[in-house]
Design a protein around this ligand. Structure first.
Ligand code: PGA
Length: 252
């Protein structure tokens, strides 16, 4: 089923507040006329509040790059959902491979975060993806299936239907290597099968599945043209307004 495409920028650990505001102003100029896609940016925590004021009446939505699942308390260095909501966020990226690999986030922890986000009405962008070794060993579908099942463990359908999934092959992130549109589409179709198994066909068909991993202004159109690819989660190319806006404004 065709859904509105979503183009999401994951800024990762980039941009001081001044730099962030410059980028957002440029983006507002370049994408504010776009009516056919949903546009989201996930800047660093420190810039969220200020950016939220700037984009308030625009077509750009705000997301965070992570959060903790507890509401408040002695969790030094962590950010809660209420802090994100008060800073203007509607979305939160969870389970990104950099958090899994560099910061040892487990499927169980990610599951708690997803559950909490859904309970407080933040839309999670739940990331999954295989490493190069896993792909070469033919384990892609098994790994993704496992990540999805564990990430969504004991989450009821009425909450799960609000989730966005991002398929981000680890070997394609920041490497300039992109999954071919056909290969990415196949994995997205597998993800829908897994969702059908856990929930039902309707939820699986309605769930937005983004592709991430070296998506840029050159390859976006061919990836976004695939039937199972509902948008992109973009790292490097989201840091340059002209590149991000070409992805947003590409004719698809
Ligand atoms: P990339 O990052 O576009 O720089 O490969 C994507 C991501 O990690 O979300």
């Amino acid at each position: 089923m065709e859904k509105r495409k979503m183009i999401a920028g994951n800024w990762k650990m980039n941009k001081t507040n001044d730099e962030a505001l410059v980028l957002v102003k440029e983006l507002l100029e370049e994408v504010s006329n776009n009516k056919d896609k949903d546009i989201l940016i996930a800047p660093p925590f420190t810039a969220l509040s200020e950016i939220s004021k700037l984009i308030k009446s625009s077509n750009i939505k705000l997301g965070a790059q992570n959060m903790y699942f507890e509401d408040k308390g002695a969790f030094t260095g962590q950010i809660s959902s209420s802090m994100l909501k008060s800073a203007g966020c509607e979305y939160v990226i969870l389970g990104h491979s950099e958090c899994r690999i560099i910061f040892s986030e487990t499927d169980e922890l990610i599951n708690k975060k997803i559950k909490h986000a859904l309970e407080v009405n933040l839309i999670p962008i739940f990331c999954v993806g295989e490493t190069l070794k896993e792909r070469e060993e033919g384990l892609t579908n098994k790994i993704i299936d496992n990540q999805i099942k564990k990430g969504l463990n004991s989450i009821e359908e009425k909450l799960a239907k609000n989730i966005i999934i991002a398929y981000e092959p680890v070997w394609a992130i920041g490497t300039g290597k992109t999954a071919s549109p056909e290969d990415a589409d196949k994995v997205h179709a597998e993800i829908r099968k897994t969702l059908t198994g856990i929930y039902n066909l309707e939820l699986a068909q309605n769930t937005r599945i983004l592709y991430g991993g070296s998506m840029n202004e050159e390859n976006a159109k061919s990836l976004l043209s695939m039937p199972n690819i509902d948008g992109g989660l973009i790292g490097g190319a989201s840091l340059v307004a002209s590149k991000f806006s070409r992805i947003v404004n590409c004719a698809i």
